[in-house]
Write a protein that binds this ligand. Structure first.
Ligand SMILES: NC(=O)c1ccc[n+]([C@@H]2O[C@H](COP(=O)([O-])OP(=O)(O)OC[C@H]3O[C@@H](n4cnc5c(N)ncnc54)[C@H](O)[C@@H]3O)[C@@H](O)[C@H]2O)c1
Length: 468
């Protein structure tokens, strides 16, 4: 984070609430101080106070002075040298504003004179603070019980975030068995298609991650109405409600499936033309467009077009290409590739995908606001046959056969240079180690019955086969 100066963190008394929120979001400090024309401190306003005011019906075009707290916790310059007074103020600030990193110093006439990082004042107080990231911020993860969501939630909690999961628990709650006992995790079992559920779920939230969807082409084909409601309409309503409440950091799970069918092996970046071949992909494109339309000075959607995921998760899925092949090789001793396996598919380990969300949550807002990122690794664009060979190498007693026609037209080589450069994102998990890990889980009894419907999206009330 760049050095924050007094002028960054103070705004004039005529500033409107929306502008105050924009300053708060861009600085990432959760508050801003208000000064009068003589540069005397009038008070402070925090992001959560703004959101509370909005819920009470205050208009964000009103002046911020109408909602400011006139008694902010600041250090008088004469107290700066008094260790007792200093640490008392810092303690109080930490209690009232967990995650605070700075304290404002004012002179005897109440003019701000200095902004001091807390770590320069009282080192002991930092013991309880997480090394990175979270700082007690409260994240709503919609779809947090799923394949990706359960891994992401665990990571967020480890980094010091509080997480509220809103999820229908379509595939059960086994994935949250351990994490739901954590005091920083709250699980709301409900349907995001319900507007009052959405609004309640947003209370006291700092950022939203929306992962909930009917995932996969066959599943959406089977239940088009529910797919349109969840994947598009409910996402749009969620984003609109977040924007209304000035919860401006909003991450959306899209997919590289939006590139659909491409004829050549040219790498597709975020500006490439889209060629969806399913309702699933179309619903994701419609959602992307709706989110970008909602963007304004404050509302900052970020779209993560993910590769096909693989690997072990708290909610295992055996309907994703690598996981399916590994399971079939381990159980049936067969790896089947349809139609020659020439089609390209970018892959990403589910843990790496979760790390990309953490990167986006912790990046300065200016780097991710309104951005679309392909999420994956330039080293992990594979042909389907390469995936089969990788599985075969680890499970050589399985028979590899190439059969019949491929009925999945998706074929895309994707460039991940933007996320690598902008956010320094690097996938660290390899296909081979992940296949080995899943093979062990299947053969050593960690996963008891690989046919259990909870491992297949379409088996939830549906009958077709799914793959992201
Ligand atoms: N898994 C992949 O390979 C992959 C690749 C690219 C993009 N994505 C996207 O990432 C996101 C997460 O995928 P996943 O693999 O974890 O899927 P998942 O099916 O395991 O998880 C989706 C979760 O959303 C919940 N959900 C569905 N409808 C809901 C509703 N109406 N209200 C509340 N909760 C609801 C489900 O209960 C489930 O827990 C999805 O949006 C998907 O489109 C996934």
């Amino acid at each position: 984070m760049k050095n924050i100066t007094l002028s960054d963190i103070t705004i004039g008394e005529n500033t409107i609430i929306k502008e105050a929120m924009r300053v708060i979001d861009l600085l990432g400090l959760r508050l801003v101080y208000i000064v009068d024309k003589e540069n005397k401190l009038l008070g402070v306003v925090s992001d959560s106070e703004i959101r509370k005011a909005i819920i009470k019906g205050v208009d964000i075009k009103e002046k911020v002075t109408g909602i400011l707290n006139p008694a902010p916790l600041v250090l008088k310059s004469e107290d700066l040298k008094n260790p007792y007074q200093r640490s008392r103020m810092v303690r109080e600030l930490r209690k009232k504003m967990p995650g605070s990193e700075y304290i404002l110093v004012v002179d005897k006439d109440n003019h701000p004179t200095e902004l001091i990082p807390l770590k320069n004042l009282d080192i002991k107080l930092l013991n309880g603070k997480h090394k990175n990231g979270g700082n007690n911020k409260h994240i709503l993860v919609v779809g947090g019980a799923g394949y990706l969501g359960s891994v992401l939630t665990e990571k967020l909690v480890e980094r010091g975030y509080r997480v509220r999961i809103l999820d229908l628990l379509m595939y059960g709650e086994e994935s949250l068995k351990n994490i739901s006992k954590n005091k920083n995790v709250e699980v709301v079992k409900d349907d995001m298609r319900n507007i009052s559920t959405l609004v309640k779920a947003l209370a006291d939230i700092d950022a939203v991650v929306n992962l909930a969807a009917l995932v996969g082409d066959p599943m959406c084909k089977d239940k088009p109405e529910m797919a349109i409601e969840t994947n598009y309409l409910a996402n749009k309503a969620l984003a609109d409600a977040a924007k209304y409440h000035q919860i401006n950091r909003f991450l959306y799970a899209s997919t590289c499936s939006v590139y659909g069918e491409s004829d050549d092996d040219k790498e597709l970046d975020e500006n490439a033309s889209l060629n969806p071949v399913s309702l699933y992909a179309r619903s994701k494109i419609q959602s992307e467009e709706a989110l970008l339309d909602l963007q304004d000075e404050n509302f900052a959607p970020t779209i993560l077009r993910m590769s096909t995921l693989y690997g072990h998760s708290h909610r295992m899925r055996f309907d994703l290409v690598v996981n399916t092949m590994t399971k079939n090789a381990a159980i049936d001793k067969k790896i089947t590739v349809f139609g020659g396996g020439k089609h390209w598919r970018p892959l990403l380990h589910v843990e790496d995908a979760a790390d990309a969300y953490v990167k986006c949550l912790e990046a300065p807002l200016s780097k991710v606001k309104g951005e679309i990122f392909n999420v994956g690794s330039n080293l992990q664009n594979f042909r389907i046959i390469d995936i089969a060979n990788a599985v075969h190498k680890i499970i050589p007693d399985a028979e590899l056969s190439i059969e019949g026609e491929n009925n999945d037209p998706r074929n895309y080589v994707v460039s991940f240079s933007k996320i690598e450069k902008t956010l320094e994102f690097k996938a660290v998990h390899s296909l081979e180690s992940s296949i080995t890990r899943m093979h062990r889980a299947i053969t050593q009894g960690e996963i008891k019955d690989t046919n259990d419907p909870c491992y297949y999206n379409v088996k939830y009330n549906f009958h077709a086969k799914s793959e992201e």
